[in-house]
Design a protein. Structure first.
Length: 324
């Protein structure tokens, strides 16, 4: 299968690297040609336009920063839609608006191609090692057809149902991660103010009912001072605003979500849209004069998730396991 990949940003570059590493015929494109050069040096091809990519590849993957960016790549005169034909597949791996992905999917179907929304979850470090989770929304037949590609990208693959369902669930999980990050920031700042050793605090949370994926990843980069998970405040605001939009359309009167949006908008105003998202804790550091870092904490983020060569496929409530 010939695969095209558009969007070589923080996550996209890691995913494209896994595709190339697993021996697929890969064509790449990004607005910044320099981001593509490492892939070209390793044998990938370059597409002069999204249309050219769609014409020459069997499966075209987009991983872009916003729904507007995806719409532009798909619908411009030389966009992906212009190059799609019977039997081709478009896979949207961005975190995006489920109403928009469903709208574009109808345009894809009209070309005789098959759409998939397949956002990933787990962070850049897991994307880089092929250890990420993938939500896949599409027909069952398309899921089975593309499963080998997803196995090259991640270890936990969940077929969520029809197109759009994966995007809803991805936004839900990002909302929960954001709520957890804000709560974790408050917990660490309060522990520091109470005179607790933060190395000990980290371990106590890790072995307790308060533990979470966010604590084990973003908690580390907060305490080691790097604050770097390759995710920024503007992207957090985009994601949690998408979640709020889903709730608004469903007439769910949320209370925590609007507060999180306000907290991150304040962080963006204080520190800039491209500030690293774990630095939301700076609001508390500034307010208290505390430095919420732990002397001697490991400088590099570690991942306790095992990387044995296997994967899990979850669909219709049935768990199947197999080797790569």
């Amino acid at each position: 299968m010939k695969i095209g990949f558009i969007g070589l940003g923080n996550v996209g570059a890691k995913l494209a690297g896994s595709i190339l590493r697993n021996g697929y015929d890969l064509t790449v494109r990004d607005l910044d040609r320099e981001l593509a050069q490492p892939f070209l040096d390793q044998g990938a091809k370059w597409a002069d336009s999204p249309r050219q990519m769609a014409e020459s590849c069997d499966m075209i993957i987009t991983c872009l920063p916003s729904p507007a960016a995806c719409a532009a790549v798909m619908e411009q005169d030389d966009g992906i839609l212009a190059g799609l034909s019977d039997g081709k597949i478009w896979a949207e791996m961005s975190t995006t608006d489920e109403t928009e992905v469903r709208r574009i999917s109808q345009l894809v179907l009209a070309k005789g191609a098959q759409p998939i929304d397949c956002p990933v979850s787990g962070g850049c470090h897991r994307a880089a090692t092929g250890n990420i989770a993938i939500f896949v929304g599409c027909t069952r037949a398309t899921f089975e057809q593309t499963l080998p590609v997803f196995k090259a990208l991640g270890r936990r693959i969940l077929h969520t149902g029809e197109v759009g369902t994966a995007s809803v669930l991805k936004v839900v999980t990002n909302y929960l991660a954001t709520a957890n990050l804000v709560a974790l920031s408050e917990a660490l700042a309060t522990s520091k103010a109470a005179g607790m050793d933060l190395n000990t605090t980290y371990e106590a949370i890790k072995i307790s009912s308060g533990n979470s994926f966010v604590h084990e990843t973003e908690g580390q980069v907060i305490l080691n001072g790097s604050r770097d998970i390759n995710f920024t405040m503007d992207l957090v605001i985009k994601d949690i605003s998408l979640f709020q939009g889903i709730a608004d359309r469903a007439n769910v009167p949320l209370e925590v979500s609007p507060l999180l949006i306000n907290i991150f908008k304040d962080g963006e105003n204080r520190y800039g849209a491209r500030e690293l998202s774990p630095n939301i804790i700076r609001r508390l550091e500034d307010a208290t004069g505390l430095d919420v870092r732990a002397p001697g904490f490991p400088p590099e983020m570690t991942d306790d998730e095992p990387e044995e060569p296997g994967y899990e496929v979850v669909a219709t409530g049935i768990l199947n396991t197999a080797n790569r």
